[in-house]
Design a protein around this ligand. Structure first.
Ligand code: ATP
Ligand code: ZN
Length: 212
């Protein structure tokens, strides 16, 4: 029988909650810290543990059939995948922040300024919509440090509590968009895999309702 291949984050903020969701669906999964893929013993599913950044590409290319990841990664990567539903965890916002002593005058503040981010595509779309000319510095991590080391005037990054910003002497000045974990699927699933997905979705629905 065919198995539905699901990609989830290997280790990070969404890992535990993604596994927990599958387990609450009654799907048995055993995972060691080095496991890269594993089969469930009681449901036709194979779990692939990947970096969240790679999930849109793998789902587009049918390496995985479905995946769990933050909406922000789907927007940024712009791959051909379908969003099935929101999952109610991993909530965060994508915001612009500047040094806390700066006088913020509204979004025109960012005109002709340098902004560091790991999400250049989402940021450039926001700038285009708002007729802002911003010099985007793409960096892959530790974005919050960019203003204090003179790399950029501000940052565009994921915020949940704001404590990381505070610790780095920054203040959030614009929320550009909000994001949460979602389930995505490949655009071409076989009939058999679609059937398994429907079973899984039925269970996910029940788990999410029971949490509310
Ligand atoms: P990977 O090694 O898989 O690339 P990562 O470092 O890119 O991991 P995490 O920091 O684990 O990613 O975040 C995964 C996702 O969790 C984010 O893309 C976002 O959707 C969500 N998230 C929720 N709250 C936060 C937060 N405070 N900081 C970062 N991400 C958050
Ligand atoms: Zn990542």
């Amino acid at each position: 029988m065919d198995k539905l291949k699901i990609a989830i984050q290997k280790s990070g903020r969404l890992s535990e909650k993604s596994l927990e969701l599958l387990r609450e669906c009654g799907i048995k999964i055993s995972k060691g810290s080095q496991t890269l893929k594993t089969n469930s013993s009681n449901f036709p599913i194979e779990v692939l543990f990947l970096r969240d950044d790679d999930i849109p590409q793998y789902v587009e290319q049918n390496v995985a059939d479905i995946g769990i990841l933050g909406e922000n990664e789907v927007w940024e990567k712009n791959r051909k995948v379908e969003t099935i539903r929101k999952l109610g965890f991993g909530n965060c916002r994508l915001s612009l922040a500047i040094p806390k002593d700066e006088n913020y005058t509204g979004i025109s503040y960012f005109n002709n300024k340098k902004v560091a981010t790991s999400y250049p595509k989402i940021l450039s779309e926001f700038c285009a919509e708002n007729n802002l000319y911003v010099e985007i510095e793409e960096i892959s991590g530790s974005v919050e440090i960019a203003p204090s080391i003179g790399l950029a005037h501000g940052i565009f990054d994921i915020v949940s509590t704001g404590s990381t910003l505070l610790m780095n002497g920054l203040k959030e000045v614009e929320t550009v968009t909000k994001s949460e974990a979602i389930l995505i699927k490949s655009e071409n699933l076989s009939h058999e895999k679609q059937k398994i997905l429907e079973k899984l979705l039925f269970r996910i629905q029940a788990v999410i309702y029971s949490r509310e």
